[in-house]
Design a protein around this ligand. Structure first.
Ligand code: SF4
Length: 242
């Protein structure tokens, strides 16, 4: 078990004992957290076109566009990109300039090049059989694909039980369980990746990931979280110590 600390207002106030850590992460507490997030997700999940499909290619494109970008801004670019390049092979045949033109409203121009490189590799390298791979290892070999994206694609497109961790999810986990990563970015902390998987249900993890993402965007936001209307507040360590 790595060293973690009890926190309030996201500041460390004291080091937790091993016993306190174990109490916070006990099975009953993990399952309670899981039930509350799932119930919240059933009522509040946002509706985006890439959430209405299981097609690996369109989910792959969406994940690429969603990197460091608010989801509502992605919608028109996603639709335009799929209209112009409805398949992986048409995307690989396009020029980087054409792709970059469509992606321009989102900024981060390097993504167009990486998206094109990834598409070309999947078309040209026989290992990929001209399709989006269904496993984290092969996805991680693609340009621009990191752990979050690879696991999100596995969950959303292939129904695998791969939980994800990003800044928002790590913030929820830290606040609710009263933990703080000892490295600067909790989303890079192996302990929090393990915790993210541990709190996830055994089925429908794609839905679970989305529920946590939306919960972090709507309720447990970075500044001034909406604790008063939060279904987790009864057991939330952050709320307890405010
Ligand atoms: S009670 Fe507040 S800090 Fe705790 S999970 Fe809910 S919104 Fe986040």
């Amino acid at each position: 078990m790595p060293k973690v600390a009890l926190t309030t207002a996201d500041e460390t106030i004291r080091i937790m004992s091993q016993r306190e850590i174990e109490q916070n992460l006990n099975e009953a507490n993990l399952r309670w957290f899981q039930r509350k997030i799932r119930a919240w997700g059933k009522e509040h999940l946002r509706d985006f076109p890439w959430r209405q499909t299981k097609d690996p290619y369109t989910i792959f494109v969406a994940e690429f566009l969603l990197q460091q970008t608010d989801a509502p801004r992605v919608v028109p670019v996603y639709q335009q990109l799929l209209k112009e390049y409805p398949t992986l092979s048409t995307l690989a045949e396009a020029s980087v300039t054409e792709i970059a033109d469509i992606m321009k409203p989102l900024g981060l121009h390097y993504r167009a090049l990486r998206l094109h490189q990834a598409a070309c590799l999947m078309i040209e390298n026989p290992v990929y059989e001209r399709k989006i791979p269904d496993n984290e290892t092969e996805l991680l070999q693609l340009s621009g694909v990191g752990k979050y994206m690879a696991r999100s694609i596995c969950a959303n497109a292939f129904g695998q039980t791969t939980a994800v961790l990003d800044t928002n999810i790590s913030r929820i986990l830290q606040r609710f369980f009263g933990l703080k990563s000892r490295i600067k970015r909790a989303r890079d902390d192996h302990f929090f990746w393990e915790l993210a998987q541990r709190v996830a249900p055994s089925t429908n993890v794609g839905f679970w990931n989305l529920a946590l993402i939306d919960f972090g965007a709507a309720v447990c936001i970075f500044r001034e979280p909406h604790c008063d209307k939060c279904p987790l507040r009864k057991r939330c360590k952050y709320y307890e110590m405010r």
